[in-house]
Design a protein around this ligand. Structure first.
Ligand code: GRG
Length: 276
């Protein structure tokens, strides 16, 4: 059992590198590698062996059970639940990193666990976790009130907060539909454009709708301290960028049967012209 626990510890250590955004991966590793007994993953490996399988077959699933267990402990320790200061003899995740990061670290561990075990579509887990929605949210939180947010920063936030999940929906659909690699990549590029377009249009609507409501020329988002596309590119520049994204998205559909690609073609135009 101890040998199995050592193997699990090594696999868990390798599973989450200290990648960008560093803070979220540090928080995930802090709790995941804090020295639990590893009861669940060891049971998983032992059950695999019991029925004649090599334990390596069950290693990803074993790691996934420990990731889920760890995230449940992080969330259980939060002030809104058990409000604990110590876990496994160390400060709890939220005591060390703050509640916002602790919640996101739990979310990222949960989605990462599914990414670990999904064979054909790991895309979905990675779109949600610390390389996806969680990454966008933690960088967004860190950039709040920052006057120097660049277009590159804004794109990073929206690609992760919004586009990655749209991308996963499209890519997983294409994979499950039997697409070859080239078609999957074309579908991916289409969805990235639509994902970013979704956010650019959202920012434009925030400005134009609040202008209408207030009867003013400048809406709330041009005045607020949140970085938006109209703020960085101007309203006309943001509209031009949106039009460019629609062209790029629909260009990626050119290689598909037009009748079958029609819903995605119209979808990009719908996102570009939506009013809410
Ligand atoms: C899973 C989506 C999702 C949310 C979490 C907070 C929550 C929902 C559930 C609470 C689950 C919880 C804290 C159950 C207690 C389980 C338990 C017996 C913990 C102690 O397990 P050990 O002794 O701990 O295996 P170590 O530290 O050795 O890993």
């Amino acid at each position: 059992m101890l040998t199995k626990a050592d193997r699990v510890n090594a696999a868990l250590d390798q599973s989450i590198p200290l990648a960008h955004p560093i803070k979220i991966h540090e928080a995930m590793r802090y709790s995941l590698l804090a020295g639990g007994k590893r009861v669940r993953p060891v049971l998983c490996l032992a059950a695999c062996e019991m029925v004649g399988g090599d334990e390596s077959l069950a290693l990803p699933m074993a790691c996934a059970t420990e990731m889920i267990h760890t995230m449940s402990l992080i969330h259980d320790d939060l002030p809104c639940m058990d409000n604990d200061d110590l876990r496994r003899g160390l400060p709890t995740n939220h005591k060390k990193y703050g509640e916002d990061t602790a919640i996101l670290a739990g979310d990222a561990l949960l989605s990462f666990s599914f990414e670990h075990v999904a064979v054909r579509t790991p895309e979905l887990g990675s779109a949600v976790g610390s390389a996806g929605l969680v990454a966008g949210q933690i960088v967004d939180i860190a950039s709040e009130g920052d006057e120097d947010v660049t277009l590159e920063d804004l794109e990073y936030i929206h690609i992760h907060k919004t586009a990655r999940l749209l991308e996963a929906a499209v890519v997983c659909g294409a994979i499950l539909g039997g697409a070859d690699d080239e078609s999957v990549e074309r579908a991916r590029r289409y969805s990235r454009c639509v994902g970013l377009l979704f956010q650019v249009v959202d920012d434009i609507l925030d400005v134009t709708k609040s202008s209408e409501e207030l009867g003013k020329t400048a809406g709330k988002d041009l005045a607020s301290d949140k970085a938006t596309y109209p703020k960085l590119l101007g309203l006309e520049g943001a509209r031009r960028f949106a039009a460019e994204l629609v062209d790029r998205a629909n260009g990626e559909l050119a290689g598909f049967d037009p009748a079958k690609a029609a819903p995605l073609y119209h979808f990009a135009n719908y996102i570009a012209t939506r009013q809410n």
